[in-house]
Every structure is written in C-alpha cells, then in structure tokens.
Design a protein around this ligand. Structure first.
Ligand code: ZN
Ligand code: ZN
Length: 190
C-alpha cells in the first residue's frame, strides 16, 4: 500500500521547480531531475527509488490525504501521511491498519523529523502475525499497538540521531529507542 508512483514523483519535482514533462514515464529527463534533486539535497546515492520519492515528497510538501481519515489528528502532522510507505502493516493480509498509528507516536515522529531532516519510516503498524514472522521481533512489540516506528534519517549522523532520541526519551516525548543494523532506528511511545 501507498507506493509513490513515478507520476507523483514528477509532480513533486515539478512543484520544486525541476521542470520536466509529467508523463508517468521514468525517462532520462526524470532521471536527470532526480539526480539533481539528490545532489541539491546532499542525499546519499544508495537510497531506493521509493526512499528517494518519499524524501522528494517531504520536500515538496505533504499531499492531500486521499482516503478518509479515521483519526482527526493527521491534519496536525506536518511531515507524514497515514497512507505513505512505512506506516501501514505491509503483510497484505490484515488490511494495513489492524490498529491506527497513535497520535503521540506521529507527533514524536514529526518532532524527530523537524530536528534531523528527511526521515524514512520503514515499519510502523504491524499486525501480530506479521510482527511474529519478522526475524528478531518480540511478541509484545509496541508496533502491534501502533506505538512504535522504525526509521532512518539519511542526512543525520548516528551521533546526532542518538543525541536527539536520548534527549526526547529524557523529556518523556518517547519511551524507548535503539539503533538497529544498517542505519535504522526504532523508537516507541507510552
Ligand atoms: Zn498485517
Ligand atoms: Zn521497531
């Protein structure tokens, strides 16, 4: 659910002033504009296409919510939308939202994004079945409650990320965090 299409990416490029034809085809002009965007924003070149599209969307501004929104707080969330990649459970069996992402979780994510720059969520809501099939997951993971997010911040150093998360933990904004392998982080809220 929630993949960003080439056409949407072109719209975001267009909104940011990278002129090209919005034809839905990832041709050379689109590739060149994506490369320019990546250089302009000093992004690493090992991002997946979806990660790059997501960062592009964050820069271009959050799109209108396409589906109706069961929880009203999303309009106050600046950087994330409920339908974007990395928010719903991706298992394909549970409908994506066996539980809604919590307001406090998304507010905390917004605060982290505000400090650390572009942020890629990789896993937020999980149904119990999907959680249990992930290697190394714990049975009572807070992802099942919609109260945890895994993410990376490709432009922030590990030191800055750790400092930010530890401070937010001490402030009580988040409950717990840890670094996973590959530059990914987990945080959760009460
Ligand atoms: Zn699921
Ligand atoms: Zn996690």
């Amino acid at each position: 659910m929630g993949k960003i299409t080439v056409r949407q990416a072109q719209d975001y490029l267009d909104a940011l002033g990278y002129r090209l034809s919005n034809d839905g085809i990832p041709g050379p002009k689109t590739q060149a504009a994506l490369g320019q965007f990546r250089r302009d924003h000093h992004l690493p070149d090992n991002l997946t296409e979806q990660e790059l599209f997501l960062l592009l969307r964050q820069e271009a501004g959050k799109p209108e919510e396409k589906t109706q929104n069961p929880q009203g707080f999303w309009e106050n969330i600046r950087y994330f939308s409920r339908e974007e990649p990395g928010i719903a459970c991706p298992c394909g069996r549970c409908g994506g939202f066996p539980v809604e992402p919590g307001e406090e979780l998304m507010e905390a994510a917004d605060g982290i994004r505000e400090e650390l720059g572009p942020m890629v969520p990789s896993s937020t809501v999980r149904c119990q079945a999907h959680n249990d099939e992930l290697p190394g997951s714990v049975k009572n993971s807070r992802h099942i409650l919609g109260k945890a997010m895994d993410f990376s911040c490709p432009k922030a150093t590990p030191e800055r990320i750790a400092e930010c998360l530890e401070r937010k933990k001490n402030e009580g904004t988040i409950r717990y965090w840890y670094a996973m392998s590959g530059g990914w982080y987990h945080f959760d809220v009460e």
